[in-house]
Design a protein around this ligand. Structure first.
Ligand code: M6R
Length: 612
């Protein structure tokens, strides 16, 4: 999704802006641009393509300005082109704007502006914003900073949709105005300099102190000061947040790609996520979820709502909630949930899972659930992200920043956190303690088992090299193993562009087996004790039809008909999705490397999907 950065200080803005944009590249984009204030005039440079190309363009100019805004665009309205790239300036070149989000009523606003003699150079929804600001500023009696703020405020009140906006004006060359609603934006506070950005890691190397803007809060930034205003433009006092991550934890740490680094960070991510929620010999702890037995008994249904990988994590939580806590649970894809009129009332608990905490569909689903009276609980990896600010209750995974578009460590951390949370509910509900104890012990062993697994995976790398030219790969599983099949299939297709699908093994005979022919690759996951024999019969059926088979299992499955068996450490079967996915993440990774593709930034995808 689009990324915004901005700088106001004493240093040359150009390299700081390019640096910030580079850090936001992981969000996905197709064009980039910047505006720098040069002697009270704008210098706006933008192009279709990578930040590196923008940087080359910028370096051809001798730009000395110390204030600027910049943007990476992920096309929604209008094709990727330099005209459609941000920043967008108004007709008189006095207001320059970067925007993340969507102006849903842009056609209506464009028509209004055209009636007032404004014209448009791009196909974007964003271009209405600087022109509307110009329009409202022109209505003000005096050309003051207050009038500038009022013009931005009035403009925002006419925008339907989501926005995070940074605005510069040649009338006031020493300030910048920012505002957000349903799109991310943070402000970094430095010493004699300030920063804006779509996320914290972009400027972690410059400052650790960040302000998190709430919806419809405005800020005026100068070099020395940041003034905050609420939606009525009354001054606000805000506390900055000290970020403890170190800047290098957002870098590659010597790994070839972020995805590989993040796969190998899983033991740490799981350990950090377990944190103080679960300690040997103690009850589970979630101080942030002060639920009582009466409250949990009053819950008639739980909905787990999320997108993509986060939704797959929810599938495992559903099995645990139903089997251990005996609470009926449904897992919903957020984009479906928000439109399918789900049956929600005050006896519903809705759990929203999102690594970024900014996924537009998940956020909208949360707002819907809240409006219907459900209790809402958010699980995110990003402190202060939008869903965490909307939900009644919040708990965090501690996977650290995840940069690769393909989610890996966030997924295993999500299942880990959800598993402990289910046990916490079960303890409150006074469920069978011996089962709970076994799962708790197994959770505590997970980081070590993940380490063991990761230290011995050359076989999967070699197998990936053998099969990387396959056109189709199918993944099979029953019960919890299906969840790993679904997640592995998503991982493979999103980064290698190989067609892949996941099926419940038992469904094969009802259609999918027709796809099997000589040398089709079928990957099967075998960990759920009661279902192993049945799954093996299904694998036999595809072998008979000529398929090659890769088996991921924690059992001693001897079968000379299987093409390759990868053995993983055994754990309590509820937790097996946390370990069984790891070799398959690497399988997707090595196939993609073998194909020579960009693992971290697959085509057409964005890390954080902040539009519907
Ligand atoms: O940030 P979120 O967890 O809300 O993101 C949800 C999905 O967009 C995300 O998991 C996506 O499916 C990943 N690219 C999968 O690797």
């Amino acid at each position: 999704m689009c990324g915004i950065v901005g700088y106001i200080g004493n240093k040359k803005a150009k390299s700081i802006l390019i640096d910030g944009l580079t850090k936001l590249e992981y969000r996905g984009y197709d064009s980039a641009g910047l505006t720098i204030m040069e002697n009270e005039n704008f210098k706006t440079l933008k192009n279709k393509g990578r930040v590196k190309e923008l940087s080359e363009l910028v370096n051809q100019e001798s730009l000395t300005g110390t204030i600027g805004i910049a943007h990476t665009r992920w096309a929604t309205h209008g094709k990727p082109s330099s005209e459609n790239s941000h920043p967008h300036n108004d007709n008189s070149n006095t207001f320059s704007v970067v925007h993340n989000g969507i102006v849903e009523n842009h056609i209506e606003l464009k028509n209004f502006l055209k009636d007032h003699d404004y014209h448009f150079l791009s196909e974007t929804d964003t271009e209405v914003i600087p022109n509307l600001i110009h329009y409202y500023f022109a209505q003000e009696e005096n050309e003051t900073k207050e009038a500038f703020l009022k013009a931005v405020h009035q403009t925002c009140h006419h925008l339907k949709g989501s926005f995070a906006i940074g605005v510069l004006s040649t009338h006031f060359p020493d300030i910048m105005i920012v505002v957000r609603k349903d799109s991310p934006l943070v402000i970094g506070k430095g010493d004699g300099e300030n920063f804006i950005s779509s996320d914290i890691p972009a400027y972690l190397a410059f400052t650790r102190n960040f302000y998190l803007l709430k919806d419809n809060e405005f800020a005026i930034l100068s070099k020395e000061n940041i003034a905050f205003y609420d939606d009525n433009l009354h001054p606000l006092t805000k506390e900055s947040k000290k970020i403890e991550w170190n800047a290098t934890s957002a870098e590659k740490n010597g790994y070839e790609d972020f995805m590989l680094k993040e796969i190998y960070e899983q033991p740490t991510a799981i350990r950090e996520t377990i944190g103080s929620h679960l300690m040997a010999g103690q009850s589970c702890r979630f101080d942030e979820l002060p639920f009582t037995k009466d409250f949990l008994n009053s819950i008639q249904k739980i909905y787990i709502v999320a997108c993509g990988t986060a939704m797959h994590a929810g599938l495992t939580a559903k099995t645990m909630l139903e089997n251990i806590c005996e609470i009926p649970t449904e897992v919903d894809i957020a984009s479906e949930f928000r439109y399918r009129k789900p049956l929600i009332n005050k006896n519903t608990l809705c759990i929203f899972i999102s690594q970024s905490g900014e996924t537009a569909d998940t956020l909208a689903a949360l707002k819907l659930a809240k409006s219907k009276g459900a209790t809402t609980l958010a699980i995110s990896n990003v402190e202060g992200s939008s869903i965490t600010r909307e939900a009644d209750f919040v708990t965090y995974t501690h996977a650290g920043p995840e940069i690769a578009v393909a989610s890996t460590k966030a997924y295993t951390s999500q299942i880990t956190l959800l598993a402990i949370m289910v046990l916490y509910f079960a303890e409150i509900l006074e469920k069978n303690t011996s089962t709970l104890q076994d799962i708790k012990n197994s959770i505590l062993e997970l980081p070590t088992k993940a380490e063991q697994l990761l230290s011995n995976l050359t076989e999967i790398k070699n197998f990936a090299k053998e099969v990387y030219q396959n056109k189709d790969v199918f993944f099979l599983g029953r019960g919890l193993d299906y969840n790993t099949a679904a997640e592995s299939s998503l991982k493979l297709k999103e980064i290698s562009y190989i067609h892949s699908e996941a099926f419940f093994s038992g469904e094969l005979k009802h259609g999918p087996i027709a796809l099997i022919e000589n040398d089709t690759l079928v990957v099967s996951i075998l960990t759920v004790p009661d279902l192993i024999e049945k799954s093996i019969s299904n694998i036999q059926e595809v072998i008979t039809r000529g398929a090659k088979t890769l088996i991921i299992t924690d059992k001693n499955v001897e079968n000379t008909n299987f093409t390759k068996i990868i053995k993983i450490p055994e754990t309590n079967h509820f937790l097996s999705p946390i370990l069984s996915i790891i070799p398959l993440q690497l399988f997707a990774y090595y196939i993609t490397k073998q194909k020579g593709l960009d693992v971290d930034k697959p085509r057409n995808l964005a890390k954080s999907v902040t539009v519907e």
